[in-house]
Design a protein around this ligand. Structure first.
Ligand code: ATP
Ligand code: MG
Length: 477
């Protein structure tokens, strides 16, 4: 079934395609390269994953292909009927053409052997159902039963079959639709979009790990906001990230409204994304205001306030990361820290920029100070251009001061010269409140510029403050 005259033989340069062609010539089988590889080829994007579908046994073909390539590594997944051949520069996945049917409560289908057409029918989108023949006599011929080529050229995401059935069978496809739309800047066709809207609730049967994987891919897009706006539009956001949904909307009291924090967040996210590929900085941008709904308050004098929303927001991060099966290691702590500190440079720039405030900020942000400054600059989205310019000017001063003070005092990776151990040793103390008080007094004195970041000065201060607390030295250092 070659319903399209196009031929892409010249794009099938990788030697594995020739190997497959020769093997199936002797067995008389049909095999095709299909899915993401073909799509990315037409989008002129390089793809390292090659998916091959064979009308026959995928495992048997993979075994033969692996024998032909020196250094090839073969992995067989018997229970899935698939196999993977890892070559030096490509991963090739083999699967027998299959027909799938679904039951209500699972995204695991009943699988039977099928034709290429059956196999294309089970693909999620027209642009992911494109195939190129690997048979000698039709090598490189394009097989496109659903008009995927046109959809690709027009930038359209569409399911090959009835969208409600497609999404209901495997609700993960709803997130894949949004992920592809976001990554390629494509439009989800109306009927397909309606299908997602009708099926949104079924996302509940999808594991958090799979959802996380899609969101992570979405987050790498040039304009990640598109994905979150789409999630909202189709009614998935409340299932996936209810904390973001809660940012939506504007309240008004006595004619005074606050800004819509969801759309503000979307702008901040894209601004940060334009500056940095760091996906965790992007997550920090997405979550920077999630404390706002819980801290929102109307005050006759001040208007709308969100007092402490940065701190409240940062305390919400571990719960979200655990629920979403995101990593709960230093990457999570980084996001917590940025959310917590995101108001600091703004507050700093509103006042006179003192050395001691700058030292404190450097101390708390450490090596993430640049990322924090990017987030804060992105956070200034006022419609009042004069206000924006004023902030950006002040930020320049903050940045200059940060640089000056870091060069002078090396606060970024600063460790106080007197440790808790030394304090305990000197005064014969067990771990106690006093140790903390003394440690903080030394740290504060250094950050405030009262003493230098120096052992002798810090030691003298410790002795003096200890005496004030009624402590006696038991050991001179
Ligand atoms: P990428 O690798 O860039 O994420 P891809 O389209 O290659 O995109 P894969 O997950 O590698 O995505 O899947 C390969 C192919 O398998 C897809 O192009 C599609 O044809 C099919 N496919 C993957 N997941 C599904 C699914 N949930 N439902 C239907 N078909 C799917
Ligand atoms: Mg792929």
């Amino acid at each position: 079934m070659t319903d399209n005259k196009r031929n892409f033989a010249e794009a099938l340069q990788h030697p594995v395609f020739g190997t497959i062609r020769d093997i199936i010539e002797s067995t008389g089988e049909e095999a095709y390269v299909i899915g993401g590889f073909v799509r990315d080829l037409l989008l002129s994007k390089k793809s390292k994953d090659i998916d091959v579908v064979v009308v026959g046994s995928g495992i048997a073909l993979a075994e033969k292909v692996a024998k032909h390539h020196r250094g090839a590594h073969l992995a067989v997944y018997k229970s899935f009927g698939t196999a993977m051949v890892r070559l030096r520069d490509a991963e090739v996945e083999f699967v027998g053409a299959r027909k799938e049917s679904y039951r209500a409560n699972s995204r695991k289908p009943i699988v039977e052997d099928g034709t290429l057409e059956d196999d294309q029918n089970r693909r999620d989108f027209t642009i992911n159902a494109l195939a190129l023949s690997l048979r000698a006599e039709t090598f490189g011929d394009f097989v496109d039963p659903f008009g995927g080529y046109d959809d690709l050229k027009n930038g359209i995401i569409r399911t090959p079959l009835d969208p409600v059935i497609t999404f209901s069978d495997d609700p993960l496809r709803m997130l894949r639709a949004i992920r592809f739309a976001t990554r390629f800047g494509f439009t989800i066709e109306d009927n397909t979009l309606n299908g997602i809207q009708q099926t949104a609730k079924r996302i509940e049967i999808i594991s958090k790990e799979r959802i996380a994987e899609e969101l992570m891919k979405m987050m790498t897009a040039q304009y990640p906001s598109m994905g979150f706006k789409l999630l909202d539009k189709v009614g998935l956001l409340e299932y996936v990230l209810p904390e973001l949904k809660a940012l939506k909307g504007v309240d008004k009291v006595g004619g005074r409204a606050h800004k819509d924090n969801f759309y503000h967040t979307m702008t901040v996210l894209d601004t940060v994304a334009a500056k940095s590929e760091n996906i965790w900085l992007r997550w920090a941008a997405l979550f920077h205001d999630i404390g706002k709904p819980r801290t929102k308050h109307y005050d006759e004098r001040l208007g709308w306030t969100f007092h402490n929303h940065n701190f409240v927001g940062s305390r919400m991060i571990p719960g979200i990361f655990r629920r979403m099966k995101f990593p709960t290691d230093e990457r999570m702590h980084y996001v917590e820290k940025l959310v917590d500190l995101h108001m600091r440079p703004i507050i700093l720039s509103e006042d006179e920029v003192t050395d001691s405030a700058v030292r404190r900020l450097l101390f708390e942000a450490g090596d993430d100070i640049e990322d924090l400054m990017s987030l804060c600059e992105a956070d200034i989205t006022s419609k009042n251009e004069e206000k924006v310019q004023r902030y950006l000017r002040n930020f320049k001063i903050v940045r200059r001061k940060l640089k000056e003070i870091e060069e002078k005092d090396h606060i970024r990776n600063f460790q106080p010269p007197i440790t808790g151990e030394m304090i305990m040793d000197s005064f014969g103390l067990a771990p106690s409140r006093e140790v903390g008080i003394l440690k903080n007094a030394i740290k504060d004195a250094i950050l405030d510029g009262i003493i230098h970041n120096d052992y002798t000065e810090a030691y003298e201060l410790m002795v003096k403050k200890g005496a004030e607390l009624g402590l006696k030295l038991v050991k001179e250092q």
